[in-house]
Design a binder for this molecule. Structure first.
Ligand code: NAP
Length: 247
């Protein structure tokens, strides 16, 4: 019997880790799929494909042609489209699908979290929590937050460049992970008194939460989008027994 193919929907450290773990196991073959958003993605074990599939229909066609033994949806907790596309396409073809979803961060007694439903709510309340905000929510909601640039100082961090920012908005281009020391230094350098973050969970983004805790500044935390029903693993090592248990 040939190696069993697993399609890993990626864009996260967990996806990369799972591909590496399966590369070390005989009997498995992986294709990791990336949306193609970052210009220099990290190295991935196994095969790599990049770019959207073309909606549910495109993904269904890819799956019907390649017939993977399973799909592991290891996209980011804030990926809004891909999890439902994967759920629908896999259900239509009877392909087993696992959601690999990292746990949320645990709130500590010293954390000053302000939990909001989305970026719109964050924009509404942000000026009442500080004068200088560090925005770590990526490209997605930049235009919404920029509405505030004349009301408060905005320090915006993203992996890729953001063109045409209004004068006065500080842009920090950097790629995670960040250390606690680096995050604390960034907050201090710009006099940040409120942090905006997605409730992404995971180790790579946790340092900023810890730095905000240490400095006693509030964190406006955007809630995760809902996830489709189905089996879930919280880390790559939890995905392996699920894969091995497939008929
Ligand atoms: P999304 O809303 O779920 O996806 C939007 C569209 O991008 C999808 O409909 C799909 O296009 C394409 N796509 C997304 N993930 C893909 C993948 N792994 N392989 C091939 N196509 C993919 O996701 P997003 O928020 O735009 O994020 C894009 C990618 O960045 C995801 O893979 C995610 O894991 C990663 N990421 C996202 C965040 C975040 O905060 N949103 C943070 C870190 C990493 P088609 O419909 O054409 O197939």
């Amino acid at each position: 019997m040939g190696a069993r193919l697993v399609l890993i929907l990626g864009g996260t450290a967990e996806a990369t880790e799972l591909a590496r773990a399966l590369a070390d196991r005989p009997g498995w073959r992986t294709v990791t799929s990336l949306a193609g958003r970052t210009s220099t993605p990290g190295k991935v074990a196994g095969e790599l494909r990049q770019g959207g599939f073309g909606g549910i229909a495109g993904l269904t066609a890819w799956l019907a042609a390649e017939r993977p033994a399973a799909v592991v949806d290891a996209t980011h907790p804030f990926a809004r489209q891909m999890p439902s596309h994967a759920a629908e396409a896999c259900a239509a073809l009877g392909i087993p699908r696992l959601r690999l979803l990292r746990p949320s961060w645990r709130r500590d007694a010293e954390d000053r979290w302000v939990e909001v439903a989305d970026a719109t709510e964050a924009v509404r309340i942000l000026p009442s929590f500080g004068k200088t905000a560090l925005l770590t929510t990526g490209h997605e909601a930049v235009q919404l937050f920029l509405q505030l640039h004349q009301r408060m100082r905005l320090v915006l961090r993203s992996i890729e460049p953001i063109p045409d920012l209004p004068l006065g908005v500080v842009h920090v281009q950097a790629r995670p992970p960040f250390t606690l020391e680096a995050e604390s230094a960034l907050l201090a350098r710009y006099g940040v008194d409120v942090l905006v973050s997605k409730a992404s969970g995971g180790a790579a983004g946790h340092a900023k939460i810890l730095a905000a805790r240490a400095r006693g500044i509030p964190v406006v935390l955007l809630a995760r989008p809902p996830q489709p029903d189905g089996p879930t693993a919280t880390d790559p090592s939890g995905a392996l027994p699920w894969l091995c248990g497939l008929a």
